[in-house]
Design a protein around this ligand. Structure first.
Ligand SMILES: Cc1cc2nc3c(=O)[nH]c(=O)nc-3n(C[C@H](O)[C@H](O)[C@H](O)COP(=O)(O)OP(=O)(O)OC[C@H]3O[C@@H](n4cnc5c(N)ncnc54)[C@H](O)[C@@H]3O)c2cc1C
Length: 322
């Protein structure tokens, strides 16, 4: 029995959510006393395997093939299914990225193995695994117990912290043979989502300025944009701002938007509804400016200012620029 963590590449390095998945895999490995390996899929994964060298792993597996040069759900699902069949891991773990959402269900169907997706945590009681997952727009939390046997698992962004990845001596790197036919790759991928849409992948942003309904009107948005520029942050929002058409949908954080885990989340005029909080609660530091001292987000905030954001933010931006 073993754990296999599937690593995703992002801008030539290891995707942040794959590092979080490594933290999850290592923790589960410790709790269930199972060896943990990482799997790299691609045409040349040597760069990625170098970046895993200092991580405590039993093995780094490379499944390389020219047809994996560009991502395709056909190619990646076939490759992963073959690796799972040859390596027989008990648990296959990954971050719940766009790519994983796309190709893991195919692996699950091909192998007739359950895909337990988008979990926020797990419990390992007496050697058995329970996954914890939010349901009904995060109004309820469900315990999901795998039926036994193999299962494929993804964890939500920020469910685990990349800082918790345990370092160790270099793991051995081993190639795993896979065979792919060109005719089986039925679709080409377009450019990654954020580039195609002209948007930003907020899930990898380190600093975010997020605007809520408290901004009042579209004409006030420059107040937030200027703060974002001053501190090198990406701009995000709660849903009412998107619903009003003041910002594009890809700015939305929350249960029906993006999930983020920046080092700093600057919330301006956001109340803290659960549907928003589920998308940003993994932020390392949260600063809230809200004129209502009873706003629920103050409970989560590391720093809070009770006041009018339209008065405070311009002064703060000027001070930060000075
Ligand atoms: C199925 C479903 C899915 C949803 N998905 C999402 C989602 O993905 N993301 C999301 O964000 N929401 C989502 N929502 C909506 C969510 O329930 C809340 O309505 C929303 O998050 C509230 O956004 P808000 O905090 O900006 O607005 P409000 O709750 O209206 O809060 C505005 C805040 O601004 C403060 N304020 C007002 N003026 C000022 C000022 N001048 N200075 C400082 N503070 C001021 C107020 O005190 C208030 O706390 C969803 C709802 C449903 C039902």
């Amino acid at each position: 029995m073993s754990i296999l963590v599937v690593i995703e590449q992002s801008n030539g390095g290891v995707h942040r959510m794959s590092r979080e998945a490594l933290a999850a895999g290592q923790a589960l490995g410790r709790d269930l006393d199972l060896p943990v390996s990482a799997l790299l899929l691609g045409d040349d994964t040597s760069c990625l395997s170098h970046s895993l060298e200092s991580i405590q792993l039993d093995e780094i597996l490379q499944a390389e093939h020219p047809l994996l040069r560009n991502y395709s759900s056909d190619g990646f699902s076939q490759a992963l299914a073959q690796v799972i069949e040859s390596e027989s891991p008990q648990y296959v773990i990954a971050g719940h990225t766009y790519m994983v959402r796309d190709f893991f269900p195919r692996v699950s169907a091909k192998l007739n193995v359950p895909f337990l997706a988008d979990n926020i945590a797990y419990r390992a009681d007496g050697g058995s695994l329970t996954l914890i997952k939010q349901i009904f727009a995060a109004k309820l939390v469900a315990d999901v117990v795998p039926a036994g046997g193999r299962c494929i698992i993804s964890f939500q962004s920020a469910a685990f912290q990349e800082e918790d990845v345990v370092s160790g001596p270099g793991a051995t790197v081993r190639e795993v043979a896979i065979s792919l036919e060109e005719s089986a790759i039925r679709a080409d991928s377009e450019e990654p989502f954020q580039e195609a849409a002209g948007a930003v992948d907020l899930s990898s942003a380190e600093v975010i300025v997020s605007v809520g309904r408290g901004i009042g009107k579209e004409e006030n948005l420059p107040v937030a944009k200027e703060l974002a520029e001053a501190i090198g942050a990406e701009l995000a929002s709660s849903r009412p701002v998107v619903d009003a058409g003041w910002l594009e949908a890809y700015h939305q954080i929350g249960s029906s938007g993006q999930t983020v885990a920046p080092k700093l989340y600057f919330a301006l005029g956001i109340s803290g509804a659960i549907q928003h909080v589920v998308g940003m609660k993994g932020s390392k530091n949260i600063i809230l400016i809200n004129k209502d001292s009873e706003a629920p987000l103050f409970e989560l905030a590391d720093y809070g200012v009770v006041g009018d954001l339209l008065e405070i933010v311009p002064k703060l931006t000027d001070a930060l620029r000075a």
